[in-house]
Design a protein around this ligand. Sequence first.
Ligand code: PMV
Length: 326
Amino acid sequence: MARFTARALANVALVKYFGKRDTELNLPAAGSLSIALEPLATTTTVEFDEALPADRVALDDAPAPSEFAARVSRFLDLVRDRAGTSLRARVKTANEFPTAAGLASSASGFAALAVAASGAAGLQLGDSELSALARRGSGSACRSIPGGVAVWEAGVDPDGHDSIARRIAAPDELDLRVVVGIADAGPKPLGSTTSMERVRRTSPYYRAWVESTASDLEVAAAAVADRDYARLGEVAERSALGMHAAALAARPGILFWNGTTVAALRCIRELRAAGHGVWFTCDAGPQPKALCRSADEPAVAAAFEQLAGIEQVIRCRIGGGATLIG
Ligand code: PMV
């Protein structure tokens, strides 16, 4: 069978996904909005082979850790089911950014795997079907299929058919950059499903978080349509703070930040007070992310580089969707 290679980008949510209405299908409690981050890419090659007794998974040119390989195999089972095959596959996946840099690679990874594996299995899936498939690997991966500025609708269908991401703006339609600071390159202490489920079950703020996310999504999508960067930035900050507030209030509370993260968030607010168009966001980990206009990017990157505790600064621009490259 043929060998297929796909490339997909990581994405950062400006309106966050944090809470599932179905953990098996990765259906979110509320919609979210993201931008794809070039150059944070994963490239994945898949080849089904009748000579293989089991799936063989390599990550960054070495045999993948067993937990990672098992997650890939479970995802391939979805593709095999759909294609009516039981063939095992050889999977080679590599991140163009350091895997150990503390940046989530599951979105780019499962988007690239969905495109490469479905192609290699002979499935011809449209973008909506690919988005729904990628979502099964990792919720946020569904937004890396369309890339650009993407909205993932919560949907209402129990089977998730309407819970897919679509692009609302192409990469060159918005003048936005994301400057990522690495405040701790170590692995995440808690997986996203574990933390989301703890917050859903125990945080007294969870309901309010889900309700405010629905209205934040409307405001953010309108801000994108109007190219209203200040409005978009404000929503991004409050969505990130709301997600972290709900997590802090869980029992036991989840604190994703370290001291460097807090210093970076304060630094971004100081830059804004000094007249720069810059806002922050932060995911389920300590890395601060600054959202800014291209004219403000040099000042933001320079400020991050001077902050004690920031190990690395990565400048990103808005990128495109997942594509087959071979
Ligand atoms: O796709 P997951 O299960 O890794 O969840 C991602 C969750 C956040 O990154 C915290 C928020 C988001 O919308 O990407």
